[in-house]
Design a protein around this ligand. Sequence first.
Ligand code: NAD
Ligand code: DAU
Length: 354
Amino acid sequence: MNFEKHILVTGGAGFIGSNLCVYLVHKYSNYKIINLDALTYAGNLENLKSIENAQNYVFEKGDITDESKVNALFEKYKFDAVIHLAAESHVDRSIRNPLTFVNTNIVGTMVLLNSCKHYWQDNLEDKLFYHVSTDEVYGSLGEIGLFTEETPYDPRSPYSASKASSDHLVRAYYHTYNLPVKISNCSNNYGAFQFPEKLLPIFIHKIKNGEKLPVYGDGKYTRDWLWVEDHCSAIDVIFHKGKVGDTYNIGGFNEWKNIDLIHLLCDKMDEKLNREIGTSRESIIFVKDRAGHDRRYAIDASKLSNELGWKPSLQFEEGLEKTIDWYLANSDWLENVTSGAYQEYHKEQYGNVL
Ligand code: NAD
Ligand code: DAU
């Protein structure tokens, strides 16, 4: 079968990557999607069951820091574009083990950029390196203001510093070698297939099991939440219509203080689990704060909406309901990923307090 484009998606077995692969495979039968993923603790082929036999999809196991593997894939598939999501993505883990983040997020990005430069150097037309990044590169906001594309970088965790570094490298390849690149910086995603180390899936899991709910610090930290499928549609729009060399912020204009979000989640879950409303709130405990915890993130996504016409499709409460329903209906998925190594991580992270 002839495909119009061969697109390498890195990290396609993770949370956002698997949602993106499913989105692209269904929407673009004329594109072949090649998913390269090392299947770390966060990568899970179960997320991709719905497309595993699709004609326009193939999975390749491999590490983005492995130059010979990446080059072999460029030889094999002659990629027209790369959408780069593979990363170590959890802030708490970056505090415990920063070097892994430097390796995957910085060195891995370099390896991909070098391969693009090498294989595309004779014809850059219609080629694209699309780098998926985070709003955390901008640092921490006070009570007011929003991150725009012009906000100076000020990363504060090893995770965000490694993502900031990779963003700089991507821009350096654009300016120095004319590599066609686009970057997007997105706020907190939520939805199906998120690994239960992040706030929403771990709290859903704990509420279901009647376990303690560990809120870091005073709980008044603020995040801007976006449904993962809306992140995928934003990537789609930027990939096709965004300007080469540009950066786009993606967010839901949907800020929540952690404690307010947790209260809402507790009450919605009490309702769904036929418990008296208020039951789950009683399990909230305030624990030692995350080191260097960024106080507030909030994205100004007006460039994306004004220039490219993107808008989030879901209201937050609807998205949250869908998300809770998904985790409750997919308890096997949750049980499978919370055994083995996960238990050790959980003990290290929360051991003394839970
Ligand atoms: P995730 O941790 O769920 O998934 C990461 C995936 O990358 C996993 O499948 C893992 O196996 C793979 N991976 C890790 N190291 C690799 C390596 N060396 N080689 C190949 N594959 C490797 O992450 P996520 O939440 O889906 O985030 C995806 C991307 O989006 C990341 O770049 C992250 O920085 C960015 N991002 C995430 C969010 C969010 O809220 N989750 C928001 C904005 C941006
Ligand atoms: O903003 C985008 C970023 O969002 C992404 O780049 C990251 O990959 C992603 O992990 C996410 O980072 P956060 O640190 O904001 O997400 P996390 O789910 O870890 O935490 C959300 C908030 O909840 C944060 O203020 C810390 C708090 N928290 C988290 C956990 C896991 C708790 O209070 N208790 C917890 O047990």
